[in-house]
Design a protein around this ligand. Sequence first.
Ligand code: NAD
Ligand code: UDP
Length: 319
Amino acid sequence: MVTGGAGFLGSHVCDALVGRGDAVVCVDNLSTGDAANVAHLGDHRAFTLVQGDVSRHVDVSGTVDAVIHLASPASPPDYLARPLETLAVGSEGTRRCLELAATSGARFVLASTSEVYGDPLQHPQREDYWGNVNPVGPRSVYDEAKRFAEALSSAWRRTHGVDTGIVRIFNTYGPRLRPGDGRVVSNFLMQAMSGRPLTVYGDGSQTRSLCYVSDTVAGIVALLDSELPGPVNIGNPQETTVLELARTVLALTGSCSTIVHLPLPADDPVRRRPDIALARHQLGWAPTVGLEDGLRRTAEHLAGSGAGSVPIGGDRGAR
Ligand code: NAD
Ligand code: UDP
């Protein structure tokens, strides 16, 4: 079972699993995902899409040998617009998925996030760093939901012996990012391709380390296939400032767009880069797609989907 399997990352996870011969039940409430992301799997006997909210109900018939819990809004504008739903899917949704894993004897993989490190005081971030999160700020609905989900998974492992694995995913981008989802790569590419100004929040000196989706999915599947409890960081340590990213996007797309600076959102982390020694040594995993290559592939996908002419709904700083 893949929860959130009709979303950006989840749909690529479904592709990878079906592609290697696994039968997949994707459970998704389509709140931030889209059935179109998995429509190409629709004719496959090994794939089923079930529309449902895992915070309310999880019921999958047949033998379940793995639960990958990806359901959750992930883009800041998405989770800020759905604060209570985000807390619910991290807590009650995670509990229901753990219960299913426990009764089925299934491996359970939690999609956690680099956001559990908050605005990190250690750099790069290793898995043994406990983080620096504002528990009452607007981002806390996401950060604390994921921290609680990690705590819950660990408690079910200790208390009920569930075979849990926690993956801390760093910023991932690639084809099937929703054009209007408000994350930096989709915003910048859409803005560049439609000739509108690129919206850099703050002075753009904050950093992120962007991982191409095929690399992230390979890391998630490697953790699924292992017996590691984690947490394990999965991300690309190639760090860039947001301003550098804007300039890279302009150069790659050949766009004449300008750059405008808008206010920095509250509690926006200043820097972020994964230490991936654990994933390298214990999963034999490392990213393979560089930033420019990944951005080019993503731009081609957005252009091919006709998204270049779609208005962007998620320019946070502009709200
Ligand atoms: P996304 O918004 O594209 O996908 C999330 C999916 O979950 C959507 O299909 C949505 O409809 C579904 N969903 C949300 N609430 C649900 C609920 N209550 N019941 C059933 N389905 C529900 O986001 P994404 O980028 O694909 O992220 C997927 C997961 O990976 C999330 O858990 C996110 O926290 C995690 N993650 C992603 C990134 C990233 O950069 N993409 C980074 C860190 C962690
Ligand atoms: N960002 C930006 N312009 C945008 C969207 C995002 O400058 O149009 C910045 C944002 O402030 C943050 C970084 O890009 O510093 C990454 O933002 P994103 O929403 O993609 O992910 P997250 O904040 O969750 O890392």
